[in-house]
Design a protein around this ligand. Structure first.
Ligand SMILES: *[C@@H]1O[C@H](CO)[C@@H](O)[C@H](O)[C@H]1NC(C)=O
Length: 397
C-alpha cells in the first residue's frame, strides 16, 4: 500500500512538473488601477489534451471556470469574474484598493470529458498614488465581455484621451451596467447591457469635460437624456464605443473630504474591571387579587347557584305534599268505583234465567249443531286437519 501511495505521489509530482509548473501565473499590479486577466480557453484545452497537438487532434470543448481565493470560498472583494458562455474566454477583473497579495485558484472543467485542471494566479498589489481627477462614462452599445479584451480597452482609452486634451489616462474601473441597477436588455440585435468605464488622470479636466458641470448642460440633460456629445468634443471613431453624454460624471478627489478615521480596533479582550454584579431580581408580586378573581368569585357564584337550585328542588316541599294528598284521594276513589261495579255485575249475573248461548258450551259443533256429551269426547279425533282445508267434507281421491 505504501509503495502504491508513493507511486501516486510520484505521478502527481511528475504531472505537476510537466503541466503544473506553467500553471502558476504571477502578476504585480498597482493599487487603484484596473486589472484584467483573461482566462484563455486554448491554454486550458492544451492542459486537458496535452498530446492532442502531437496527434493532430484539435478539440474545441466547452470549458467552464470557477475562481476563488485560495482557502476561501469566494474571490476577494475587489475581484470579479465573468464568462458569457462555455465557448467564450473568462475574465477576472477589478480594481484593488489596498496593497497585499492574493492567491487565486482557477478551476477549469471540461464539459465534454469532465476533466478538471487547476491554475494559480498570484496577484501582488503594490502601493500607488491615487489619480486625483477621474471621469466615469457610460457606453451604451457594449457588453462587459466585449470591453475587457485589452485591444478594446485601448480603443476606448484613446477616445477618452482625445476628450481629455490628450493627457495620459489610466483605466480605473469597468463595470457591467447590470451590477449598477441596469436592466437586462431584450435578446435582440442592437440591445446591449451597457458598461460604465472610469478613467483617471493627474491632469485637470479638459474644457470638453468641464461642460458636463455647466448648469445649461445639466438642464438640457434633465429634459432629454439623449443629448449628443457636443460636436467639438465628439471623438469616437467606433460607434460601439461612443459615450452617453448625459451619464458622464466627474470626480475631483482633491476636493473630497478626507474620510473619517476608521474606528480603532480593540484587542478583543475586555479590560479587567470591577466584579460582575448581576441584576437585582424584580420586585415580588402580590397574587391575592388574582386569587380572588380566579378562585373566590367563581366559588361564590357556584355556591349561590347551588343554593338556588336546592331551594327550588326541596324548599317548596309544601306543594309536593299537597299534590301527593290529592293523588291519594283519586286512587281511593278509583278503588271504590271498581269495587262497586264488580258487585253490581255479580248481582246482575246471579239474577239471569236465560240459558247461556250455545257457543259458550263445551264441545259444540257450529256446523252440525251437535252437542257431544263430555263423555263421548274421546272418540272424536283431536286433530281434524288431515283433510283438505278447502273441501273439508270430501275426502281426497
Ligand atoms: C468599481 O466598480 C464596482 C462596481 O460598481 C465598485 O464596486 C467598485 O467600488 C469600483 N471600484 C472603484 C475603484 O471605483
Amino acid at each position: 500500500m505504501a509503495g502504491c501511495g508513493s507511486w501516486v505521489f510520484f505521478l502527481t509530482v511528475c504531472s505537476a512538473s510537466l503541466f503544473g509548473a506553467s500553471a502558476d501565473i504571477k502578476v504585480t499590479i498597482p493599487v487603484g488601477r484596473f486589472f484584467t486577466h483573461e482566462l484563455l480557453r486554448e491554454t486550458f484545452q492544451n492542459d486537458f489534451e496535452p498530446l492532442g497537438k502531437v496527434y493532430g487532434i484539435l478539440y474545441n470543448d466547452p470549458i467552464i471556470f470557477k475562481c476563488n481565493k485560495q482557502n476561501f470560498p469566494d474571490l476577494p472583494e475587489w475581484l470579479r469574474f465573468t464568462q458569457r458562455n462555455p465557448f467564450d474566454n473568462g475574465f477576472l477583473y477589478g480594481t484593488p484598493m489596498s496593497p497585499g497579495k492574493s492567491i487565486i485558484e482557477i478551476y477549469a472543467t471540461n464539459q465534454r470529458s469532465y476533466d478538471t485542471v487547476r491554475h494559480l494566479l498570484i496577484i501582488k498589489v503594490v502601493p500607488e498614488k491615487i489619480l486625483p481627477y477621474q471621469v466615469e462614462v457610460f457606453i451604451k452599445l457594449r457588453e462587459i465581455e466585449k470591453v475587457l479584451p485589452s485591444t478594446v480597452q485601448d480603443e476606448i482609452k484613446q477616445d477618452l484621451q482625445k476628450l481629455w486634451d490628450r493627457n495620459p489616462l489610466e483605466m480605473i474601473n469597468i463595470t457591467n451596467a447590470l451590477d449598477r441597477g441596469g436592466r437586462v436588455p431584450l435578446p435582440l440585435a442592437g440591445h446591449f447591457e451597457g458598461v460604465y468605464v472610469k478613467v483617471g488622470s493627474k491632469e485637470y479636466f479638459s474644457e470638453c469635460l468641464l461642460r458636463v458641470l455647466t448648469l445649461e448642460n445639466k438642464n438640457q440633460c434633465k429634459e432629454e437624456a439623449k443629448i449628443k456629445v457636443p460636436g467639438e468634443c465628439h471623438f469616437c471613431i467606433n460607434p460601439s464605443n461612443c459615450i452617453t453624454w448625459c451619464k458622464t460624471e466627474l470626480f475631483d478627489l482633491t476636493k473630497m473630504k478626507p474620510k473619517p478615521p476608521a474606528p480603532t480596533m480593540g484587542s478583543g479582550i475586555l479590560e479587567a474591571g470591577e466584579d460582575f454584579r448581576p441584576l437585582e431580581s424584580p420586585p415580588s408580586r402580590d397574587y391575592f387579587p388574582d386569587y380572588i378573581v380566579t378562585v373566590i368569585v367563581p366559588l361564590i357564584l357556584a355556591i349561590i347557584l347551588f343554593l338556588l337550585l336546592a331551594y327550588i328542588m326541596f324548599g317548596r316541599r309544601e306543594g309536593v305534599a299537597k299534590r301527593n294528598a290529592r293523588s291519594n284521594q283519586i286512587q281511593l276513589y278509583h278503588h271504590y268505583t271498581i269495587h262497586e261495579n264488580t258487585d253490581e255485575l255479580r248481582t246482575m249475573a246471579g239474577s239471569r234465567g236465560v240459558p247461556p248461548p250455545l257457543s259458550t258450551l263445551p264441545m259444540f259443533n257450529s256446523r252440525t249443531g251437535d252437542r257431544a256429551s263430555p263423555l263421548q269426547s274421546d272418540s272424536i279425533p283431536l286433530i281434524m286437519a288431515q283433510q283438505d282445508p278447502y273441501s273439508d267434507t270430501l275426502p281426497r281421491k
